[in-house]
Design a protein around this ligand. Structure first.
Ligand code: SAM
Ligand code: SF4
Length: 332
């Protein structure tokens, strides 16, 4: 295969990372992500596996080599391992990941591994089952824990555990999550709360900043030091416990935006291409896929979307405009 012509934007950022949302549906209702009552997309609006795989194949010709499946909750999409297998078979894909709430993971972990998935992030905000029900408005804590442990047993290493960091909510969970992660050899990551929530609950004062988390972990579990050999393009800044037992990642999307090293594009479940999590414009890939467009035309649409990418989100300015889409319908 010829070396692909890279996907570069006006700021010289090379894009090799595609996040694909496979559904806007979810089996829980996290308060920071979704409203209680949601109008989901009709099923025929979702890209089918062949359409997703065709887009992935085209994207690879432009240098995409990392794909992450997300949602909504990706594991509610029927037969997800079959999609993983189809994407894994695309020559040039080096890495396939999945972000899941873990509820349906335990019985699927081995099938996902066998299909070619190698990276898994499970979202879990608390070790308190009662608080889990408040945060998610649903039950399922025990299944999530089971799912995380099943993923480890299936061979995923590391299993990453993602927690959203919300001031007044997360502080008490930081150390228990840290203890759980250290005990089971998991990589714990905290993501600063972002303004993509339902009901406009987000306020700057509700963001629990990465530095505060580091401080809580240090006081509760021991000193941490910056991890060696970090990928400067990765959104998480990693820290290792000085005692050698575990790693923590801090994703400071609000307090230290990483837009200038962003290498991501996103495809929504209904085939809209977004060049930023906070983008206000989208490119309709589904219309191209279903309208008989050539691979070259789809590649051009992707190239143009990346070329038009802005410098970065404006959360820290008065110019910030919240996108209409909520997190579950973008694919976080
Ligand atoms: N349902 C899957 C899950 O929860 O892992 C995948 C989709 S979810 C939208 C992807 C990630 O976005 C999760 O780790 C979730 O915690 C995070 N997330 C959702 N809303 C967020 C917000 N307002 N700020 C920061 N992270 C958020
Ligand atoms: Fe569902 Fe994930 Fe959103 Fe929670 S964060 S409501 S699990 S899509």
């Amino acid at each position: 295969m010829n070396a692909p012509d890279p996907l570069v934007d006006r700021f010289g950022r090379v894009h090799n990372n595609l996040r694909i949302s496979v559904t806007d549906r979810c089996n829980i209702r996290c308060v920071y992500c979704m409203p209680e009552v949601v109008q989901f997309l009709p099923r025929q609006d979702l890209l089918n596996f062949e359409e997703i795989t065709r887009f992935a194949r085209v994207a690879v010709t432009l240098g995409i080599d990392k794909i992450r499946l997300t949602g909504g909750e990706p594991l509610v999409r029927r037969d997800l391992p079959a999609l993983v297998e189809q994407i894994a078979a695309v020559p040039g894909i080096k890495d396939i990941g999945l972000t899941t709430n873990g509820i349906l993971l335990a019985p699927m972990a081995i099938a996902l591994w066998d299909a070619g998935l190698r990276r898994i992030n499970v979202s879990l905000d608390t070790m308190d089952p009662a608080k889990f029900e408040i945060l998610t408005r649903r039950t399922g804590f025990a299944q999530v824990i089971e799912g995380i442990l099943a993923a480890k047993t299936a061979g995923f290493d590391p299993v990453k555990v993602n927690a959203v960091a919300i001031k007044g909510m997360t502080e008490d969970d930081v150390v228990p999550l840290g203890q759980f992660a250290r005990k089971h050899g998991l990589e714990l990551r905290f993501i600063e709360y972002m303004p993509l929530d339902a009901g406009d609950r987000w306020e700057r004062d509700k963001v629990l900043y990465a530095e505060e988390i580091l401080d809580l972990l240090t006081r509760g579990l021991g000193p941490l030091a910056p991890a060696p050999d970090q990928d400067p393009r990765a959104p998480a800044v990693d820290f290792d416990y000085v005692d050698g037992h575990g790693r923590v990642g801090l994703i400071a999307s609000v307090s230290r935006p990483f837009c200038m090293s962003c290498n991501r594009v996103r495809l929504t479940a209904e085939g809209k291409l977004r060049n930023c999590l906070f983008a206000l414009d989208e490119t309709d890939i589904r219309a191209l896929l279903r309208g008989g467009a050539s691979d070259e035309a789809i590649a051009l649409a992707l190239r143009e979307s990346v070329a038009g990418k802005w410098e970065g989100h404006q959360i820290n300015t008065a110019r910030f405009i919240k996108p209409e889409r909520l997190m579950h319908s973008i694919g976080g």
